[in-house]
Design a protein around this ligand. Structure first.
Ligand code: RIB
Length: 317
């Protein structure tokens, strides 16, 4: 990782994902047989960092990840998975009091998933973790945040990142139970909800371009400077105060949608660090998200830079 390459800093969660794959997901009270299971690296923060780092190998940027693991066996596993990516892990702390985050995931034959997260050490992050990041924030151009760590820490990190002149992407996932405070949203350069997160934040479900535009305008009224709404197999709506538009989904054979949103965010950060327009960066991000659905797993499903460029060239939508 060349020191002069621009830096993306991801602050967020790291989990071990235990994923069961079967014909369908269990309904409440139901027990189902799964065909197989895997154990891998997950957590929205770690996935975004890993995906951005994999892109960075070809796109020439550096990535640092800040978060907390426990000191248990899952922590050793998580660190060893993270080490396989070209990432700066100096800001990944070990928490003696809390277990490493864990996610129990089901994936059905259509590639749809359901996830239960036990936050553990992720939810113990506090302002001191952010204070330690000051030298990194001064170097970083883009900071990526999500909602698997305490909300006040997300807001504090956004405030410090803004004071250091970084661009801030906030993925409001998992869906919050109520709208986010304007004090946080007004620090965000690009807010990247999916449909359910959009509904949680605005009360509007974006089912087509018109409703996506309406919801984006509402999110900008709440404080965000720009918005991309991830609408799964349909595509992505992007919106700035001046313009908006739709990027149709890239046609791929999806087998597993876990972490597709995380890879989208990594792609968006890459686009912003390359100073692309939001429209262009959204297209790049959509290609990253699409490719992630063609592979099993969370962090492991992150695409290579060359494959992203190839897909964008092949499908000039
Ligand atoms: O976005 C996917 C991630 O959500 C999984 O890796 C899981 O750990 C949960 O955090």
């Amino acid at each position: 990782m060349e020191q002069h390459f621009p830096l993306i800093l991801v602050i967020g969660s790291v989990n071990i994902d235990i994923t069961a794959r079967g014909a369908h997901l269990p309904a409440p009270g139901e027990t189902v047989h799964a065909q197989s299971y895997t154990i891998g690296l997950g957590g929205k923060g770690a996935n975004q960092a890993a995906a951005a780092a994999r892109l960075g190998t070809g796109a020439h940027h550096r990535v640092a990840f800040a978060g907390r693991t426990g000191t248990d066996d899952f922590a050793k596993q998580a660190r060893s998975y993270l080490t396989a990516f070209d990432l700066d892990l100096t800001a990944l702390a070990s928490d003696k009091q809390h277990p490493t985050g864990l996610a129990l995931i089901g994936v059905d034959q259509k590639g749809e998933n359901s996830i239960t997260v036990i936050g553990g050490a992720n939810m113990a992050l506090d302002h001191t973790d952010v204070d330690r990041l000051q030298p990194m924030l001064e170097q970083a151009r883009v900071v990526l945040l999500q909602l698997e760590i305490p909300l006040d820490v997300v807001e504090y990190a956004a405030r410090c990142a803004r004071a250091s002149g970084c661009k801030i992407i906030l993925d409001p996932a998992p869906a919050p139970s109520r709208p986010l405070p304007s004090s946080l949203l007004s620090l965000v350069d690009v807010l990247t909800p999916n449909e359910t997160e959009t509904q949680a934040l605005t009360g509007l479900y974006p089912q087509d371009e018109a409703t996506a535009e309406q919801a984006s305008q509402e999110l900008m009224r709440q404080g965000a400077q720009a918005v991309t709404i991830k609408m799964g197999g349909q595509g992505v709506w992007w919106q700035t105060p001046m313009a908006g538009g739709f990027v149709p989904a890239f046609a791929v054979s999806a087998i597993d949608t876990v972490a597709a949103g995380d890879c989208f965010n990594a792609g968006l950060a890459t686009g912003l660090i390359q100073e692309r327009s939001l429209q262009d960066a959204t297209r790049l991000a959509a290609a990253c998200g699409a490719l992630a659905t063609t592979k099993e797993g969370a962090a492991e499903s992150a695409p290579e830079w060359e494959d992203v460029l190839r897909l964008m060239e092949k499908q000039n939508n």
